[in-house]
Design a protein around this ligand. Sequence first.
Ligand code: FAD
Ligand code: NAG
Ligand code: NAG
Ligand code: NAG
Ligand code: NAG
Ligand code: NAG
Ligand code: NAG
Length: 532
Amino acid sequence: MKKFIVLNLLYFLGVLTFASADSVYDNFVQCFAGAKIPDAQISSIVYSPNNASFAKVLESYIRNRRFNVSTTPKPSIIVTPTAASHVSAAVLCAKKLGVQLKIRSGGHDYEGISYVSAATFVVLDMFNFRSIDVNMTDETAWVQTGAMLGEVYYRIWQKSKVHGYPAGVCPTVGVGGHISGAGYGNLLRKYGLTVDHVVDAQIVDANGRVLNRQTMGEDLFWAIRGGGGASFAVILSYQIKLVPVPPTVTVFRIEKAYDENATDAVFQYQQIVDKMDNDLFIRVLLQPITKNKKRSVRATFIGLFLGDSSRLLPITDSQFPILGLKKSDCQEMPWINSVLFWGNFDNKTSPKALLSRTPDSVNFLKRKSDYVKTPISKSGLESLFAKMVEIGKVGLVFNSYGGRMSEIPASETPFPHRAGNLYKIQYSVNWSEEGEAADKNYMDQIRQLFSFMAPFVSSNPRQAYLNYRDLDIGTTDNGKNSYSEGQVYGLKYFKGNFDRLVKIKTAVDPDNVFRNEQSIPTLNFQGRRRSR
Ligand SMILES: Cc1cc2nc3c(=O)[nH]c(=O)nc-3n(C[C@H](O)[C@H](O)[C@H](O)COP(=O)(O)OP(=O)(O)OC[C@H]3O[C@@H](n4cnc5c(N)ncnc54)[C@H](O)[C@@H]3O)c2cc1C
Ligand SMILES: *[C@@H]1O[C@H](CO)[C@@H](O)[C@H](O)[C@H]1NC(C)=O
Ligand SMILES: *[C@@H]1O[C@H](CO)[C@@H](O)[C@H](O)[C@H]1NC(C)=O
Ligand SMILES: *[C@@H]1O[C@H](CO)[C@@H](O)[C@H](O)[C@H]1NC(C)=O
Ligand SMILES: *[C@@H]1O[C@H](CO)[C@@H](O)[C@H](O)[C@H]1NC(C)=O
Ligand SMILES: *[C@@H]1O[C@H](CO)[C@@H](O)[C@H](O)[C@H]1NC(C)=O
Ligand SMILES: *[C@@H]1O[C@H](CO)[C@@H](O)[C@H](O)[C@H]1NC(C)=O
């Protein structure tokens, strides 16, 4: 009892005393010193808003201009650890001082929750943790979470031309958020998710301890493979198992305008998408366009085939004839060049481009997600295309499921969207106009299309992909950690796996040190006093 009163007192003192950025800085510096971090290290890893490079460090990994405006709440300090001891100290000091800790790796969170908060907060920025050690003896790699996917692909390629890793297609996405949130890319139908190939991890838990798979236990290891790292721990690194890729793969990109049978092609895609050869992955982009001065919709089919075109063509001819894929549409290349192709680099680009840590441009953007379990009828597709034209700028991306995804049980990892899904939809809108009016316009547009799609997609609950973070589907008051609020988005992201995540969260972080707008809530056991 006494302990709780003291903790509560400390907490309230914290709120009163440490509210200004200056005092958060002073208190963290003092707390770090108490944790035996040498002064020289403290002064090179802790940034207050008064430090000249504070803004630059903060902006370096902002990937959505919506959160790069003057009204965006800023952290009180940024900590840029270079050693596990710095991460432990940051966790323990945030806990002690009652300040929220936001963990950032690649900064690609679509809602910016790795570096924005309504509460007083500190950013733990992992960009110095970016080593990648590929071991071809056991075909694994230890990858620190501040590394980016492009760097991972490049380092694997340096060691082997016939190994790859099934993860996202955008090379600047960070390992920390991507893997802890499940991760997928164009090897999904052949090999499943990114987390289906994680064999070990190193973390710092809520008590500041550095743990690996064996010492954290299988429950926590399960949770950090798709449940979102930021509810459970700071992930320092993952050990990933590489997968084989053939020496030659084939890619294609075929556009079909509305008057080129786009409706029929998308309709047929839905019939075969989950059943086609596991070596084939096809993404469809649906975009509103203006053609011959008329507004309409265009479908673009982007494919990756793990083999050469002579094996691919008979497959598409028999299963997906409307696509009309021809030998001349096919480009054959080593796997690493297909990574560049999918990353929209032109075909003369050297793999070295994958080492670039900055994207070409950053826009204002908003994303949402859905899962489709039964094909949309032709008339349904027609109505969708008409709606897209009417709404304006929102595009859709379909990513084919089936294959290996249907073979892995829904409870294998926290990511529950396996068998029974034909494809996932990403809703996408980008804009470059500044100001609240533009924000409102485009946010309204994407919400309108999302609401129009309700009859065509999963329901009860309407499912969503954690890594396509969407605060529209529910949030929790950061500090309160309410179970009933958490359940709203939690069931959409995790379905039947939500309860196991809650139990694990309650066991490993009962004080809710690792909290955010959509974190996993703790259960309120009888006898435990909630202090916040
Ligand atoms: C351009 C673009 C392309 C994308 N393409 C794909 C794709 O092909 N496939 C796909 O699956 N997803 C894709 N995504 C989504 C992407 O996987 C998620 O946004 C992912 O969470 C980003 O990870 P990050 O480390 O870059 O982000 P961050 O913003 O740094 O982090 C995202 C979340 O993870 C937490 N987190 C980050 N690092 C750690 C850590 N070390 N320990 C604990 N928690 C941590 C953060 O606190 C935050 O909650 C894409 C996103 C963008 C912007
Ligand atoms: C931030 O500013 C303080 C005070 O000038 C300085 O001691 C510290 O080294 C700076 N921190 C960094 C990371 O540059
Ligand atoms: C963020 O804003 C700053 C200052 O206006 C600008 O220099 C920087 O390029 C912007 N970065 C992003 C990613 O929008
Ligand atoms: C690579 O993996 C093998 C087999 O697990 C192991 O014996 C070896 O020590 C590893 N090499 C390095 C450099 O870690
Ligand atoms: C559209 O389909 C029809 C019949 O299925 C076919 O004759 C026609 O050539 C196709 N048009 C295009 C542009 O592919
Ligand atoms: C590279 O792209 C150009 C233009 O799109 C194309 O003509 C050429 O055949 C491509 N080269 C290879 C090797 O695929
Ligand atoms: C938004 O921009 C991204 C990245 O450039 C692009 O991949 C996507 O297709 C765009 N979305 C729309 C609807 O134009």
